[in-house]
Design a protein around this ligand. Structure first.
Ligand SMILES: Nc1nc2c(ncn2[C@@H]2O[C@H](COP(=O)(O)OP(=O)(O)OP(=O)(O)O)[C@@H](O)[C@H]2O)c(=O)[nH]1
Ligand SMILES: [Mg+2]
Length: 450
């Protein structure tokens, strides 16, 4: 790719806004070293320093004198994150001081970087493909161990390798079909059609397993919504508090204590859960606010990935027929296991006591199991909606090819769809020309300074 249009040098704060021990300002572009030298006074000129070296010095402004003492790290093109000459100033973490240094750099000719612009340059300069660059942003936002693992796998090229394999096989397929075309006058079938069929079936299966991993990917990325549902007084808020190990929700022996929805996040076994405590559901209430709370409970049950249905064993009538359509995401639980019960525990329900902690560990493993389907092994998980959509489009075209092969369609007609499949595959890693607006949209979701 030829991206000679990068002629300007960008700068931005790379650490979060606010007071910290240190703050880092990044500068990247063809003039990074000279612009840095214009504000930096140290023993060596940065423009003469080798890459991967660190230099102590002061940041000096003509108007206000010394602004701070800093360490400057020098990176030389192409051995930097962006692939360009870059400097990182580690300054003291005062927002005021950092903004003064940044202003000074802008006065010396740098431009304030837009969100994701460093990453965009890394992509445009061929340091990483698009999927890897997007994984950097995912890693920055990782909130749980499996988010971290999925992002790292993708950033280090695991996903891209699989996509490139798919791509190579598709290209091989096109080549075989085109060979056949060149000799079509002679009525030879160079491409062995059964072998082609096998190849396309394999490709299709591979693509499918990637798109199927998205269900888990979505869970990894957004967290698993768990709605705690049950009749008033079933012990929902007590269970929420026990899982969070803090007094988050009000608990009382009065039925109808929780009115509004309470949402808290919790990591179990590396998986991020969004626990949602809801108002107890009962059929007849004259209280308008409680009624509104009950409406919210039902909506949350529908939206949830998992419903924890809590039942007090002394209440023989769960009265939850409306949950029937959600049977597949239901975990039935009997609460207050520490109390004498009039009800013998039914076969499938998990008996627990939020008071004594009995059954809580079993519930935790059940939640992880239900959320991940037990598929937490290493390997590629598609976590990005953009990638998922591209894979789906690719599969649509592969399906046309598959049908075409079965009905004996000629090679030239088949290659049209193979090319389309290749195109969609290519958009994931950025191997094909991607609209600048689309690129802009992808990178604008990144942080400033990344
Ligand atoms: N013995 C015992 N009592 C419990 C347990 N869990 C909850 N309780 C009691 O049951 C009562 C109701 O608990 P809550 O957690 O407020 O019930 P809830 O389902 O949130 O009720 P609403 O918000 O009104 O729908 C309280 O008096 C709790 O102390 C338990 O595991 N064992
Ligand atoms: Mg409650």
């Amino acid at each position: 790719m030829n991206f000679q249009f990068i002629t300007d040098t960008i700068a931005a704060l790379a650490t979060p806004p606010g007071v910290g021990a240190l703050g880092i300002i990044r500068i990247s572009g063809p003039d990074a070293l000279s612009i840095a030298d214009a504000v930096f006074r140290g023993r060596t000129r940065l423009a003469e320093a080798p890459g991967y070296t660190v230099h102590f010095g002061a940041i000096v402004s003509e108007d206000s004198g010394v602004l701070d003492e800093v360490l400057a790290t020098v990176f030389r093109n192409p051995r930097s994150f962006t692939g360009e000459d870059s400097v990182e100033f580690s300054a003291h973490g005062s927002p005021f001081v950092l903004s003064q240094i940044l202003q000074l750099l802008l006065a010396k000719g740098a431009r304030l970087a837009e969100a994701g612009e460093f990453s965009q340059r890394a992509f445009l300069n061929g340091k990483m493909d698009l999927a890897q660059t997007e994984a950097v942003a995912d890693l920055i936002h990782a909130e749980s161990a499996i988010q971290q693992r999925a992002a790292l796998h993708q950033m280090r090229g695991g996903f891209s390798t699989e996509l490139n394999d798919l791509r190579e096989q598709l290209i091989r397929l096109t080549a075989l079909l085109e060979l056949e075309l060149d000799f079509s006058d002679e009525d030879v079938e160079f491409a062995d059609r059964t072998a082609l069929q096998q190849l396309i079936t394999d490709l299709f299966r591979k693509g499918q397993s990637l798109t199927e991993s998205f269900r888990l990917g979505n869970v990894i990325k957004n967290g698993v919504r768990v709605a705690i549902i049950g009749k008033p007084n079933a012990g929902k808020s007590t269970l929420l508090n026990a899982l969070l190990q803090e007094d988050r929700a009000i608990v009382s022996e009065e039925a109808g204590t929780t009115r509004d929805v309470i949402e808290e996040t919790l990591t179990i076994g590396g998986v991020l859960f969004r626990l949602i405590d809801t108002a107890g559901i009962r059929e007849h209430t004259t209280d308008r606010i409680e009624q509104m709370g009950i409406e919210k409970s039902r909506t949350n049950a529908q939206k949830a990935d998992i419903i924890l249905l809590l039942q007090d064993p002394s209440d023989p009538d769960p009265d939850m027929d409306w949950l029937a359509p959600f049977a597949s995401k239901l975990i039935p639980v009997l609460s207050k296991a520490d109390q004498e019960s009039t009800l013998s525990p039914s076969g499938t329900a998990l008996a627990l006591s939020a008071k004594t902690g009995q059954g809580l560990d079993a519930l935790r493993s059940l939640l992880v199991q239900k959320a991940t389907g037990g598929r937490l092994q290493e390997g590629t998980v598609v976590t990005n909606v953009r990638h998922q959509q591209a894979l789906v489009r690719m599969l649509e075209h592969l399906q046309v090819v598959q049908e075409g092969l079965e009905s004996g369609l000629s090679g030239d007609l088949l290659t049209v769809d193979i090319r389309q499949a290749l195109y969609w595959l290519g958009t994931i890693t950025g191997k094909v020309e991607i609209d600048r607006d689309v690129l802009g949209a992808i990178f604008s979701a990144f942080c400033i300074g990344k």
